[in-house]
Design a protein around this ligand. Sequence first.
Ligand code: G3P
Length: 217
Amino acid sequence: MKFFVDTAEIDEIRELQATGLLDGVTTNPSLVAKSGRDFKEVIAEICDVVDGPVSAEVAATDYDGMVAEGNVLRKIAENVAIKVPLTVDGLKACKYFRDHDTMVNVTLCFSANQALLAAKVGATFISPFIGRLDDINLPGMDLIADIRTIYDNYAFTTEILAASIRSANHVSEAALAGADVATIPASVIRKMYDHPLTDKGLAAFVKDWKSTGQSII
Ligand code: G3P
């Protein structure tokens, strides 16, 4: 499973890059607003740090506007993936960018039918939002499993990018359901390392090692 980090904070991205875990980055207008940074500047900086896909979302909601904005964004770096919403115009724009050899992440996917449409227009990534479905008492993880089955039935190559991940459990559940990628907040990636038995076991090993009076170097 590939790990993308869902953030526009360059310091978090640098820190994660150093762990060797990071395969890409996703941003969205809310995350850019939270960062307080200039959008194009921050995307350029992220693309300098990360070799994998960096999703940059268009702000326009009409086809011409999305194409015009996406054409600006894709010139920032070769690893920019244009993020478009799952609408009629968004999927038309997806086809345009795929025809122009640019990666596309189709976002705001909440149903298997929407994922089917995105695959048919050649999306590089489809982003089902797990947490936001859970928020309204719908089983987010079932959507990942359904999309996996549909894509496998027809050998679609669109990668399933589990988004709106809110907990470490979401990550392992998405992996079990067959997601190709998870885009995860940095705070959740940090939690994935944790297990109380690891802490307990390590404390015991450290104590016992000290009692030997030995040193390795
Ligand atoms: O980037 C899209 C997605 O991951 C947003 O997550 O937590 O705002 O639903 P959330």
